[in-house]
Write a protein that binds this ligand. Structure first.
Ligand code: BF8
Ligand code: SF4
Length: 626
């Protein structure tokens, strides 16, 4: 008898494919998670240190064991250093992704990136103006070349402050300057974090954490913001459009290609290739009805936002997608790609290909994509997927897809509101919408897949809180059906009315994880329209199932931008009560917002609602006691 998998995931496709994986003797992330139990308690508390080889060291939090590492570092220092390095890794990942896009922009400018083009000239000009690049009398390519150069400099050390900080409300900018956390070069802050956390450098846990704030801000208002903006310039600023989600988007009778990772530089070229009539004809000649492109994780979100490409799943679905036996080719770029995927694919006919010079995986062929060859490589790979279609064995696609709407950039949200955020503010002031919440981040086998996202979102919209989401949270909510106009019936009366009037769902898909910056920009627009700071707004954030270093960094830049943020899984900080207290209480006096940790989404919803009502009260708006 097969096992019951409803403990692992709330999704029907997930449960059915886990049964299939068991039948096929495929090991999944949940098996490996179980094999790791119990996790190391020192590591869970952030109390182990392997920064140097006088160690590794650990602090005994309870017994008679050591209270200091060999170098003399105590629990506060060790926890702060570990957290600092986590933030640095997250900031580095997003920001390096941004750098890759800036480089493509430069190559496009010089005509060295066939297949790519400048799709949003208006945005290019707006960005150029923000970065001080003159546009008059210049071609888009000229502007792109200069903008790419100026943006590259943001990564270095030549500036005193990142340019895009100016997008934040003035009060927030002043606060950052006052407390010394306004980030300078993007790479500089990450590099400095690695320096500070070397043995014998910064041994003041408060000062380390403040630099953590600066490092995270260099991602949120720097690297990630550049990634999103340049992606919009190159691939188009998203507009609302229909798509479909879950494993049911794979097609039995078509060549299925799945893209996985984060960078649209690769996936956009694949999208272009699958639309090539010659390749479609070739697929038909092989007995397929066509070529079906689907995404998983954030590169999928990028395609969904701009082109309505369907999404087969989020983080914990990435192995299961392969167990359908229906994927003829999976292409990966970087980030969140489990190194197990090649092994899973080996049980089926699926061809696995890695594409980035900086991300290689066992069991995958490596075909490197660069701006000059990406269009041609994409055609080559689509041809190989077509060839592979004929090698399929049994195919099992157990569910029908769920309809969804995505593509809510700030521009399209403000557009839907008639060109100004005023109607949204009016609805908030009138209490029809109590406030807004950003639900972001990953899946994590510590939490039943999607349970955290879906439960929290349901409770918030029921209580008239508009939800915007990104990353794997956005896919979870789409699978749950929250992103159809009809989902307004699940919302409270006020939110339902507004959704009906605007023709929008109660949960707005704002994109990938780098696109969390869209939430910052939207929050800034609302704060500016009200003449207040972000921390005064009736808004909150949550990462109910986060796992990654990137998510940790996002959490820190949200809080540092003034957004109260509730984490599901506990970060590895409980070894230092000083740090727990600072992050959950003390930060309020520093940046006007804190973290909370609450793995139960029902309770997290209450925390967020209470916070939103308190902010309403302080703004003099009607409020509820929760
Ligand atoms: O950047 S939400 S599991 S896929 S880290 Fe990864 Fe987390 Fe998904 Fe996208 Ni974001
Ligand atoms: Fe141990 Fe200090 Fe080295 Fe860390 S830095 S491993 S605490 S000696």
């Amino acid at each position: 008898m097969g096992r019951e998998f409803s403990m692992n995931t709330i999704t029907e496709d997930g449960q059915l494919l886990l049964k299939k994986a068991e039948r096929d003797q495929v090991e999944t992330v949940w098996d490996r998670y179980a094999a790791q139990q119990p996790n190391c308690g020192y590591c869970e508390m952030g109390l182990s240190c392997r920064i140097c080889i006088m160690g590794p060291c650990r602090i005994d939090p309870f017994g008679d064991g050591p209270r200091r590492g060999v170098c003399g570092a105590d629990a506060d220092i060790i926890v702060a250093r570990n957290l600092g390095r986590m933030i640095a890794a997250g900031a580095a990942s997003h920001s390096d992704h941004g750098r890759d896009l800036v480089e493509v922009l430069g190559e496009v400018a010089h005509g060295r990136a066939p297949g790519y083009q400048i799709r949003d000239v208006e945005k290019l000009k707006r960005l150029a103006a923000e970065f001080g690049v003159a546009v008059d009398g210049k071609s888009p390519e000229q502007i792109a070349g200069e903008l790419s150069n100026v943006m590259s400099e943001e990564y270095g050390t030549r500036r005193k402050e990142l340019t895009l900080l100016k997008r934040a409300p003035v009060k927030r900018q002043e606060l950052w300057r006052k407390i010394g956390v306004a980030p300078r070069g993007i790479d500089r802050e990450t590099s400095e974090m690695m320096h500070r956390t070397h043995m014998g450098v910064d041994n003041d846990w408060v000062s380390l954490l403040l630099h953590g704030v600066r490092n995270a801000l260099s991602d949120g208002w720097g690297g990630s913001m550049i990634a999103t903006e340049v992606s919009d310039i190159l691939f188009g600023t998203p507009k609302p459009g229909a798509n479909a989600v879950n494993v049911g988007v794979l097609k039995k009778d078509e060549v299925n290609i799945v893209v996985h990772g984060h960078n649209p530089v690769v996936s956009e070229m694949i999208l272009r290739a699958v639309q090539d009539p010659e390749l479609v004809t070739m697929a038909r000649a092989k007995g397929a009805k066509g070529i079906n492109l689907a995404g998983v994780c954030c590169t999928g979100n990028e395609l969904l936002m701009r082109a309505g490409v369907p999404m087969a799943g989020n983080h914990l679905t990435t192995e299961l997608v392969l167990t359908t036996g229906a994927v003829d080719l999976m292409l990966v770029d970087y980030q969140c790609i489990m190194p197990s995927l090649g092994t899973v694919a080996a049980c089926y006919h699926t061809k696995m290909v890695s594409t980035s010079d900086k991300a290689r995986f066992p069991g995958m062929e490596h075909r490197e994509f660069h701006p000059d060859n990406a269009a041609a490589k994409a055609v080559e790979l689509v041809k190989e997927a077509i060839e592979n279609f004929g090698r399929r064995g049994e195919v099992y696609i157990p569910v029908e897809p769920v309809a969804s709407v995505g593509g809510f950039s700030v521009e399209s949200i403000v557009g839907a509101l008639g060109g100004t955020p005023e109607p949204l503010l009016d609805a908030i002031k009138a209490g029809k919408i109590r406030g807004a919440a950003g639900i972001v981040g990953c899946n994590n086998p510590r939490i039943k897949q999607d349970y955290g996202h879906v439960t929290l979102t349901r409770r918030l919209i029921e209580n008239d809180i508009l939800v915007v989401d990104t990353g794997c949270a956005a896919v979870a909510n789409a699978k749950a059906g929250f992103k159809q106009a009809e989902a307004a019936r699940l919302a409270g009366p006020g939110l339902k009315e507004i959704c009906g009037a605007l023709g929008i769902p109660p949960v707005l898909h704002m994109g990938s994880c780098v696109d969390n910056v869209r939430i910052l920009v939207l929050a800034s627009a609302l704060a500016n329209a009200l003449g207040v700071d972000i921390s005064d707004l009736p808004i909150a954030g949550a990462a109910p199932e986060w796992y990654s270093e990137k998510a940790a960094t996002i959490g820190v830049y949200f809080v540092a931008s003034g957004v109260y943020t509730v984490l599901g899984p506990m970060p590895p900080i409980t070894g230092s009560m000083n740090i727990v207290k600072l992050l959950t209480e003390g930060l309020n006096d520093v940046v006007g917002a804190t973290f909370a940790v609450e793995p139960d989404p029902e309770k997290a919803a209450l925390l967020m609602r209470r916070h939103i009502e308190q902010k309403r009260a302080r703004l003099g708006l009607t409020h509820l006691e929760i």
